[in-house]
Design a protein around this ligand. Structure first.
Ligand code: GLY
Length: 337
């Protein structure tokens, strides 16, 4: 199901879900296994991951499967179909982390379809944790990945051609359409342009182990070479199997500045619920520069070892998807401003 169709479906089911959300009262814990992922587009992503989790697969395999699903879609913001940088090149960022603090990441990867799987290979086959640009591509090719054409998807071509008319360098992501009513306002600008929705996933398997993955094409029309939070462990993703795990979506620079997901996990370690931990991390960004925070969006999503989960965003519009034996639905995140 493509993103637009999915958003349409989400809009139809929104009233029902919001009632359920109210009853859920803070997203109480659930049984393992469980997977949570950013955005409404996380629903089919969770379904792909659930095939692994529900057959006693590992959280690591599940988050990779979910990320691969998303990388196969033509989407504004994930995979080779995503929007390019200002030079017209799609560059992909991804990372993966397991319950033993094994980590792998790639940044600025070009023409390789599944950055999450390359990140996993970095984790499993090298003594390093991050490979970037040409080196990451070379490593991918040496490990059996195929070099794709590099041609933009039709939707990306159209959007890029439009952007080139002004070439205005004003990257703003995740300020959701505030004219849209209802809890699941889609991640589109008021003019209809899709904005950013990084796919971040966190799963707990039936053995109680946590893993996470993130995959993105990053900020549209970014400077060539720009790296966001998504491939940075501690920024876009952090897993501590004793405590919990967190991922983020939104303006990567702001997440990196506060080591966002590491901070969320540390707040959970101090006894905060996942939602409160995410709120405190958002508060840290907003307190630093409130005027600036009003112009951008960051959302954090977290799960603790009990399988309790929660999210918080700077602004309205951040949503996330949850799949467990008890539920399969989209939740609206609370927000600060
Ligand atoms: N959060 C994704 C990015 O900033 O690239």
């Amino acid at each position: 199901m493509n993103r637009r169709k999915f958003l349409h479906l989400s809009a139809l089911t929104a009233p029902l879900l919001s009632v359920k959300n109210a009853l859920a009262n803070g997203f109480e814990g659930t049984t393992k296994p469980i997977i949570i992922s950013t955005w409404d587009s996380g629903m089919p992503v969770n379904a792909a991951a659930w095939k692994v989790l529900s057959t006693k697969g590992t959280a690591l395999d599940a988050v990779e499967a979910g990320a691969i699903y998303m990388e196969n879609q033509i989407d504004c913001c994930v995979g080779l179909g995503g929007y390019p940088d200002r030079d017209g090149i799609v560059t992909l960022d991804s990372c993966i982390m397991d319950h033993k603090a094994n980590i792998g990441a790639v940044a600025g990867l070009e023409r390789i379809k599944h950055p999450v799987s390359v990140a996993r290979k970095v984790m499993e086959k090298t003594p390093h944790v991050i490979l970037v640009g040409a080196g990451a591509q070379q490593f991918a090719l040496e490990n059996g990945f195929t070099l794709e054409s590099g041609e933009l998807s039709e939707s990306a071509k159209k959007a890029y051609a439009e952007w080139l008319k002004t070439s205005e360098y004003k990257p703003v992501i995740n300020i959701e359409n505030k004219k849209q009513n209802g809890p699941f306002a889609p991640a589109f600008f008021n003019d209809g342009t899709p904005n950013h929705d990084t796919m971040g996933l966190v799963a707990m398997d039936s053995f109680g182990n946590l893993s996470g993955a993130v995959t993105t094409s990053g900020m549209a029309y970014k400077l060539h070479g720009r790296v966001g939070d998504s491939p940075i462990i501690g920024a876009g993703l952090f897993v501590d199997n004793e405590v919990g795990a967190a991922t983020s979506s939104g303006t990567g620079e702001e997440v990196i500045r506060i080591c966002g997901t590491h901070l969320v996990v540390e707040f959970m370690r101090q006894g905060n619920s996942p939602e409160m931990a995410c709120k405190k991390a958002v508060q840290r960004i907003v307190n630093r520069d409130k005027a600036k925070a009003k112009t951008l969006q960051v959302g954090f999503l977290a799960m603790n070892k009990k399988g309790q989960y929660g999210a918080y965003a700077i602004q309205k519009g951040f949503v996330f998807s949850v799949k467990s034996n008890n539920e399969n639905q989209i939740h609206q995140s609370k927000f600060l401003i």
